[in-house]
Every structure is written in C-alpha cells, then in structure tokens.
Design a protein around this ligand. Structure first.
Ligand code: PGA
Length: 251
C-alpha cells in the first residue's frame, strides 16, 4: 500500500507564507520524487492560490472540512462540490479540533463523509481517544465507536482514509509507543475488514506530533499507511523529512 503523507495546516499561515511553503515543497519534490503520495490541506481562503501553484506538480490538494449539503443557506460553510471545483481530491473530516471546537458528533462526521464521497472526494476520517480515555484503558472501545459511527456505509478503500490521532498527542510533542500505535492500527484494521468493503486495503494514517525525527520509526509500524501532520507541515524541511521517513518504509 502506498503511504499518504498529508499536511494539515489548520488555521495557520498567510498568503505569502503559503506561497513560500508550497514553492519549497515543490522544489524538493521536483528534485527527488518519493514513493509516497503527498497532500496539502491549507485553510479555505488559500485553497485557490495553493491549488494553482500545485497544478501539474503531482502533489494533491485537500480541504479541512465540508458541509453535509451540496449548497444552500449555510453561512460560513463550504460544500464538498466547492472543494472539487478548486481542485481538491481530499477532505479532512472529524478532526478532534472540530469535534471539540464545533461539537461535531460522529454521526455528523459520517454524513459529511457521505457528502464528500458523493462529490468525488476522498474523505480522511479522524478518530482518536483523549488522555483520560487512554488512562482508563478505554481507547479501543472509544475508537471502535468512532469508526462504527463516523465511517459511512458507502466508504471503500478508494474513497476513504482513516486517521488515528490520539487527542493527547496532537500538538503536544508526545507520541504513543510504537507498540501502542501498532496495537491500535491492528484494532482499526480488524474493524475495517469487518465493516467496510475492501477494508483490508483502506489506508490508516497515524497523526499526532509526527516529526522528521520519529517519522521513519512510526511509518514502519505494521498497518501504518502514512501520516497526518499538523505543526511540522508548516515547515517545508520538516514536512519533507517526514515524507522521506515514510518513503524509507515504502521498501
Ligand atoms: P500535530 O497535529 O502534528 O501538530 O500534532 C496533527 C493533527 O492534528 O493532524
């Protein structure tokens, strides 16, 4: 399975910063094409500019959210079709920051994923336990419930990706042990095989404090098929270092 290394810029940057970052990543990619799929997910206002810079570069563009509806009276929202219009192939859905900041439920995430898939996007569906849930030993149960409720019935290996992001590892510099990552990814793989058509081939990304220094080790873990990268995706050198780490395990 080809790894996917996705940069989630969150609500960071400026038009000028985006232009510099993309130019730097593109230059590195032109010098040495790595055997991994690369994806950049800038904030909505920068999608058009980043998209035009990425044209023909072999690096995909994605959004960080979409609405369940195709259009309508939803002030401030963006539809999956609009993302497609701008050249997006992917959309991140159900990130823990949206689940917290906007009280998004797994049921809502599933209907967003259904809309995204219907519009032709690949939905990156995020799941992950909090620190308290892990300390209580509930991580498998929590992630299972999120998968059951957030992954729509029409998800396949072609139109959906799972991102396992332990909430306590996001932006904290803390990561689970390699053993804990493997155990969770095997758990998720088992659930996908049971529930999703082609679930054996659906990519499962790890996210949460992925850096150039830990990427190769994390990407080599069985059932880890790429990374969702936040903070480190804002520096071309770090994002590229992570992509190189993922490429090492591509074999
Ligand atoms: P981080 O964020 O890499 O900054 O920990 C990951 C994410 O939230 O996708």
């Amino acid at each position: 399975m080809r790894s996917l290394v996705a940069g989630n810029w969150k609500m960071n940057g400026s038009l000028a910063m985006a232009a510099g970052l993309v130019a730097d990543i593109k230059a590195r990619h032109q010098k040495a094409v790595l055997p991994v799929d690369l994806l950049l997910c800038p904030p909505f206002p920068y999608l058009a500019a980043v998209g035009s810079q990425l044209k023909g570069a072999g690096i995909a563009l994605g959004g960080q959210d979409c609405h369940t509806a195709g259009s309508g009276a939803h002030t401030g929202d963006v539809s999956a079709a609009m993302l497609v219009d701008l050249g997006c192939c992917y959309v991140i859905l159900g990130h823990s920051e949206r689940r917290t900041d906007h009280s998004e439920s797994s049921v809502l995430v599933a209907s967003k994923a259904k809309a995204a898939i219907g519009a032709g996007l690949v939905a990156i569906i995020c799941v992950g336990e909090t620190e308290a849930q892990r300390n209580a030993g509930d991580q498998n149960k929590i992630v299972e419930k999120q998968i059951v409720e957030s992954v729509p019935a029409d998800a396949t290996a072609e139109n959906a990706v799972i991102a396992y992001e332990p909430v306590w590892a996001i932006g904290t510099g803390k990561t689970p042990t390699v053993g804990d990552v493997e155990a969770m990814h095997r758990h998720i793989r088992g659930l996908l095989k049971q529930r999703v058509s082609g679930g054996a081939a659906m990519r499962i990304l790890y996210g949460g404090s992925v850096k150039p220094t830990n990427a190769a080790e994390l990407m080599a873990v069985p059932e880890v098929n790429g990374a969702l990268v936040g903070g480190a995706s804002l520096k071309a050198e770090d994002f590229w270092g992570i992509a190189e780490g993922a490429a090492k395990s591509a074999g």
